[in-house]
Design a protein around this ligand. Sequence first.
Ligand SMILES: NC(=O)c1ccc[n+]([C@@H]2O[C@H](COP(=O)([O-])OP(=O)(O)OC[C@H]3O[C@@H](n4cnc5c(N)ncnc54)[C@H](OP(=O)(O)O)[C@@H]3O)[C@@H](O)[C@H]2O)c1
Length: 291
Amino acid sequence: MFLITGATGALGRRIVRLLREREIATRAFVRLSSSYAELENRGAEIFIGDFKQDKDIQKACQGVRYIISTHGTGNDAQAIHYRANIELIDCAKEVGVAHFVFISVLGVDRGYEDSTTFKAKREVEKYLQNSGLEYTILRPAGLASSLIPLAEQFRQTGIYLLIGDPKNRTSVVSTDDLAKIAIESVNVADACNKILPIGGPDILTREDIATIFGRIFNREPFLINPPLFLFDSLRGTLGLLNPQTQKGLGTLRVLLANEFFCTPEEIQHVESIFEMKMESLESYIRRNIAV
Ligand SMILES: NC(=O)c1ccc[n+]([C@@H]2O[C@H](COP(=O)([O-])OP(=O)(O)OC[C@H]3O[C@@H](n4cnc5c(N)ncnc54)[C@H](OP(=O)(O)O)[C@@H]3O)[C@@H](O)[C@H]2O)c1
């Protein structure tokens, strides 16, 4: 039995689909408020819970052999990104889980003080490494699924909003590839007790993404490119009204201001151990949006 947290998220949903296509027993940890009918229809066992309730995690882990932790989002990094994962790791040990896969983020080890999410993920990585469990830590660059709303907006308007340096590089990864890697990590010997950076096959500048959208939708991109200091000024002003909002924008600031890409050697390594070819961003968008 696999337990998937964040099962209603972009990545979690794909993991559940893939497991069920392979007819593997899967428990999906979902909140009552989320839409999980599709997962149930695919034959996943639905566990209703919330990470803010400790007992839910304990109950969800009963009878589980593998855990893939994909949950995220929200402003409460301490509760969701940190404490829930620590509790999951503790429970995984108690019930004798064979392998724990944790979805972290590329650049998590660079010490970005401004992002509680990055800090929480790094602390979880360390806790998992010292837990005695067999594990795989996947550090993805941006997920291609996160660009779908921008692509939809581009299709309607031709506008691409790019805050900060357009030359900053990224290697956006296909969310389907990441789902496959997460599942196969529990069986691939070279992924056991490893931290793997995961990116797409191409190193793209952020303005390349606008060009790709232009090619897909056959329209000239209209780039709106405010500098980072405008974001900082706005964030500072919001901070005067609500310091929590200012803090909450820390992760976005880190993402806007820095580069998140994998080297060709890192990608080749992942392709070779998982015996796959990583999908390009252009192919992912074309597959996921009817053009
Ligand atoms: N998106 C990216 O570009 C990116 C890049 C690098 C790493 N990552 C990491 O990759 C993972 C997957 O990302 P994603 O984009 O697929 O995430 P996502 O679509 O935002 O999904 C987040 C999931 O977490 C669940 N969740 C949030 N709070 C919860 C709570 N209190 N109790 C139970 N479930 C809760 C959500 O459930 P509901 O449906 O109920 O809200 C949802 O299923 C995350 O760990 C993220 O940090 C993402």
